[in-house]
Design a protein around this ligand. Structure first.
Ligand code: TLP
Length: 345
């Protein structure tokens, strides 16, 4: 069996989730008659401290519906240069919403309030209008880095000063909340709209939520339909999402412990490892002069899967199916591979 550390998206539903799917009460959600979806949306809105929420098919759909709802074509959106919404969503923001992006380099993924303030456009006939600021917490490409409450608050205050809404890509917001020891609403309160993924460490098979005020969610529902995301008896898919929110958030700490175990072990093997806040470990392979893709092939031959994040950077992601023993095994395999790389031919 492969040890799959490519992503926390590979997690399978729990037994309880499968039972919940089979037993879900359903209806036509386009008519808003699916009681399970309605319950999930109410619960999600409440836990994120927002008026309303909408069940969407994926994190990407949630983020893009949010951009479409906030902006019109030609608007400018301030994003972190390595953010998922900019880096990994197929250019959807410009393709679908027709917006242009203003990229700012963050500090471990966190935008600095002073940079955001400078980037917000003033009134000038030559300029586009800044219509949205996007944050990401935890920040994926920054290695699962947590954006602190104070960092979020400072950007939000600037955004409010200029009346520009903030959208939070909180695909792994519960990881951030658990790592900081705060309620998730302490983070979501510093954004006007939030996207959270149910299908990553929380283990639901499908789906994300976007939350915001009632008018925003009404409009987002229209955009979701337009994108083909108006599903029918989708309570079968939403049912595990309810368990994701009620039963799966606290255990994320175990994933964080596994990531720290892995990072410590890799550092002991003299590899350069980025600081670990949550369930993502970024490892550099320059020092052994092997590219990420090459090292990944060697790992795969030994039954370990991870992904490349840069020419010399590998990402390992821990999740519910990766135990302490599994991490120990991964470290033994890496040690063997390093021996082969560094020993004279
Ligand atoms: N991230 C995936 C890949 O797309 C890279 C992963 O394996 O980490 N926001 C963030 C911060 C994400 O990490 C992801 C998925 C998404 C949005 C998109 O979610 P999905 O995959 O549900 O569209």
């Amino acid at each position: 069996m492969k040890l799959d550390l490519r992503s926390d998206t590979v997690t399978k539903p729990t037994e309880a989730m499968i039972r919940a799917m089979a037993g879900a009460e359903v209806g036509d959600d386009v008519y808003r008659e699916d009681p399970t979806v309605n319950r999930l949306e109410e619960m999600a809105a409440e836990c994120l401290g927002k008026e309303a929420a909408l069940f969407v098919t994926s994190g990407t759909q949630g983020n893009q519906v949010a951009v479409l709802t906030h902006c019109v074509n030609g608007d400018e959106v301030v994003v972190e240069a390595d953010s998922h919404i900019f880096y990994y969503e197929g250019g959807a923001m410009s393709a679908l919403a027709g917006v242009q992006t203003r990229t700012l380099t963050g500090v471990r993924g966190a935008l600095r309030a002073e940079d955001v303030e400078k980037a917000i456009r003033g009134k000038n006939i030559h300029f586009p209008r800044t219509k949205l600021i996007c944050l990401e917490n935890t920040h994926n490409r920054a290695g699962g880095a947590v954006v602190t409450v104070d960092q979020m608050k400072s950007v939000y205050y600037v955004a409010q000063k200029y009346q520009v809404p903030v959208h939070l890509d909180g695909a792994r917001l519960f990881n951030a909340a658990v790592a900081l020891g705060v309620d998730v609403s302490e983070l979501s309160r510093y954004a006007d709209t939030v996207q959270i993924c149910l299908s990553k460490g929380l283990s639901a098979p499908v789906g994300s939520i976007i939350a915001g005020d009632r008018d925003f969610i009404e409009e987002a529902r229209w955009w979701r339909k337009k994108l083909g995301g108006g599903l029918r008896q989708v309570g079968f898919v939403a049912a595990p999402g309810i368990l994701a929110l009620t039963q799966m958030t606290d255990r994320l700490e175990e994933d964080h412990d596994r990531a720290k175990q892995l990072a410590d072990g890799l550092a002991k093997l003299s590899l350069e490892v980025e600081p670990v806040d949550t369930n993502i470990v970024l490892v550099h392979t320059e020092s052994i002069q092997v590219t990420a893709v090459d090292f990944l092939k060697r790992l795969e031959n030994r039954g370990v899967l991870a992904v490349d994040f840069d020419e010399y950077v590998i990402r390992f992601t821990t999740h519910r199916h990766i135990s302490e023993e599994n991490v120990t095994r991964v470290l033994e395999i890496v040690e063997d591979l390093l021996g082969a790389v560094t020993s004279p031919q």
